[in-house]
Design a protein around this ligand. Structure first.
Ligand SMILES: [Zn+2]
Length: 272
């Protein structure tokens, strides 16, 4: 049994075979948390989870790249893909479902940059505002958070540090971790878990992976993205097993022991 703590079966890449894939996964003992990136994908994640008695949960939230200000920078997107800002009222209704295990994915992403400094500043300000609102939302709903951070670790650590100092820690995971040892230390200090996925095959994170305390490791796929090699194309929750094997190899641990600990960590954090 393995829990994929960060999947997106709620995304369009799974529209044609979603139900069959989830049933197959559950039959093989592969559990999952489907993570929202905007309101429609959060709502679908909840609906998918509500259909099952066990093994499938949802996270709801607004991803920084789904803010309207990103729209023209990022890519051509469907009409309802972006939101002007985080509207807690809309999301509160979703949070009533017992299948909601977390608020996410939320955070900062400075990968796509607009052309002028004024626009960059406006983008970062909008992302920070959405993040702050969702930290508050996590407090109000008493749920842990799933954090996304790309090319903005300094700002992210600062915001979390300030906010946690003022209002107390929020439990959570820094998913798809790609930072160095300094960032790792800062996130551990904030009490966060560290999510590892197929990006560990693309970047050399071995030194960092060895330094993560066992009780802080979570396994994830981020499917449909980041298929671990030699696979390519659409990633799936079952490939969490490949991540587990690689992480265990780097840490010189038995895969079964690593998976058991990571599952336990996931159950504690998400209360599933
Ligand atoms: Zn994701």
């Amino acid at each position: 049994m393995i829990i994929d703590t960060h999947a997106h079966l709620n995304f369009a890449a799974f529209d044609d075979d979603r139900e069959a894939l989830i049933e197959d996964s559950l039959a093989e003992g592969i559990f999952m948390i489907n993570v929202g990136a905007n309101f429609p994908s959060s709502k679908l994640a909840v609906e998918i989870a509500e259909k099952r008695e066990r093994g499938v949960w949802a996270a709801i939230g607004l991803h920084p790249l789904n803010l309207s200000c990103q729209k023209r920078i990022a890519r051509d997107l469907p009409e309802d893909f972006c939101e002007d800002g985080f509207d807690a009222e809309k999301y509160f209704a979703l949070a009533e479902s017992k299948k909601v295990a977390a608020i996410g994915e939320i955070g900062l992403d400075c990968y796509y940059k607009p052309k002028t400094n004024i626009k960059i500043e406006a983008m970062v300000a909008a992302q920070k505002e959405a993040l702050r609102r969702q930290l508050l939302f996590a407090r109000e709903t008493n749920l842990p958070a799933i954090f996304h951070c790309r090319m903005a670790h300094r700002e992210m650590i600062d915001i979390l540090h300030q906010e946690f100092k003022k209002n107390g820690n929020i439990a959570g995971v820094l998913h798809c971790f790609t930072g160095g040892t300094a960032e790792l230390a800062a996130y551990l200090d904030l009490g966060l878990r560290i999510g590892l996925n197929g990006i560990i095959f693309k970047m050399n994170l071995d030194d960092v992976i060895k330094k993560i305390p066992r009780q802080r490791i979570l396994l994830e796929t981020d499917c449909p993205y980041l298929a671990p090699p030699p696979l390519s194309g659409r990633n799936e929750p079952k490939n969490a097993m490949i991540i587990a094997q690689r992480v265990a190899q780097i840490r010189n641990e038995l895969p079964e022991a690593l998976i058991a600990t990571a599952n336990q960590n996931a159950r504690e954090l998400f209360r599933v």
